[in-house]
Design a protein around this ligand. Structure first.
Ligand code: 5RP
Length: 262
C-alpha cells in the first residue's frame, strides 16, 4: 500500500513514523493538526493497538480529536493534562533555528497553546518545508470576527514599518464563506514574502486589538524530523546540536493507509 503513496506522502509518513519513536509509555502527548500530523496519529494508534502503548493525547483541533479517537488513542483536554511531556506537530515552514510558520490548517491557536505547554516540541515535515528565511508561506493570524476589517487595516499599516517584503493580507475562506476556527474566529493570511525579523513581528502583531494569535512559533520547537520521498529521515535537535540521518522501510499494515484524508 505504501508503495502507492506519492513521494510527498511518503516523506510525511516517514517523518511521522520516526517521530513516533519519541513517544514513551505513560506520556501525555500533544497531537498536532494537518496531513503530516495525521500520519503521526495513525502511527500512534497502531502502537496503542499492536504494542499496548498507553498514552493520553491532547489534540490541537476537532479534526485531530476525531482521528485520534477513531484510531484508539485516549483523548483528554489540555486542562485535564495540565502539562505535556511532548507535542508532535507539522509546520508550514521551518528555518535553521527551528522557528516556524504554522496555521496553514487553521489550528495555530490550539497548536501554540499545546506546544508551549509541553516539555518538548518535535516538528515533522517533508523537506520542502525548510526555508532559509521565513515568510514565503503567508503568515496566518487568528483574529476575532468583531471588526476584523479594522484589524486587517491596522495590521497592514503596521507592516509598513516592519522588515517584510509585502503587506497584503487576505481573509481565509472556506468555499464562499469566511473560514471559522475551532474557537469561532477568522484567519487573516499575511503575504509578506520574506520576514526579516520574525521575533519582532510576532510580538508586534500580537499586541494589536482583535488579534488572538499569530502563526510564528519562535523558540518553541526543540527538534525537527525531516522526511524524504525515498524513505530517508533527518533528525535535527536544536538543544543537542545534533543531526542524524537514517532510512525507514515502508512495511506497514494496510489499515494505516486506508484513509488518506486529513
Ligand atoms: C495546521 C498546521 C499544520 O501543521 C501545517 O499547516 C502543516 O500541514 P501539513 O502537514 O498538512 O503540510 O499548522 O494549523
Amino acid at each position: 500500500m505504501a508503495g502507492e503513496l506519492s513521494p510527498i506522502d511518503k516523506a510525511k509518513f516517514v517523518a511521522a513514523k520516526r517521530a513516533a519513536q519519541y513517544v514513551e509509555d505513560g506520556m501525555r502527548v500533544g497531537l498536532g493538526t494537518g496531513s503530516t500530523a495525521a500520519w503521526l496519529v495513525r502511527c500512534l494508534g497502531e502502537m496503542v493497538r499492536d504494542d499496548g502503548l498507553r498514552i493520553k493525547g491532547v489534540p490541537t483541533s476537532s479534526r485531530t480529536a476525531e482521528l485520534a479517537r477513531a484510531v484508539g488513542i485516549e483523548v483528554i483536554s489540555l486542562d485535564e493534562a495540565k502539562w505535556l511531556d511532548l507535542t508532535i506537530d507539522g509546520a508550514d515552514e521551518f528555518d535553521g533555528d527551528l522557528n516556524l510558520i504554522k496555521g496553514g490548517g487553521g489550528a495555530l491557536l490550539q497548536e501554540k497553546i499545546v506546544a508551549t505547554a509541553s516539555d518538548q516540541m518535535v516538528v515533522i515535515a517533508d523537506v520542502g518545508k525548510e526555508v532559509e528565511t521565513l515568510g514565503a508561506f503567508p503568515l496566518p493570524v487568528e483574529v476575532i470576527p468583531f471588526g476584523w476589517q479594522t484589524t486587517q487595516a491596522l495590521i497592514e499599516e503596521t507592516l509598513i514599518s516592519m522588515d517584510v517584503l509585502g503587506r497584503r493580507s487576505t481573509l481565509r475562506m472556506s468555499g464562499d464563506v469566511p473560514y471559522i476556527t475551532d474557537e469561532g474566529n477568522h484567519i487573516l493570511d499575511l503575504h509578506m514574502n520574506r520576514i526579516g525579523n520574525a521575533r519582532q513581528l510576532a510580538l508586534v502583531v500580537n499586541q494589536m486589538p482583535g488579534v488572538v494569535e499569530n502563526g510564528l512559533f519562535i523558540d518553541i520547537c526543540d527538534a525537527v524530523v525531516i522526511g524524504y520521498g525515498d524513505g530517508r529521515v533527518e533528525v535535527r535537535d536544536i538543544n543537542d546540536g545534533t543531526v542524524a540521518t537514517e532510512r525507514l522501510d515502508f512495511v506497514e499494515a494496510d489499515n494505516l493507509f486506508s484513509d488518506l484524508s486529513d
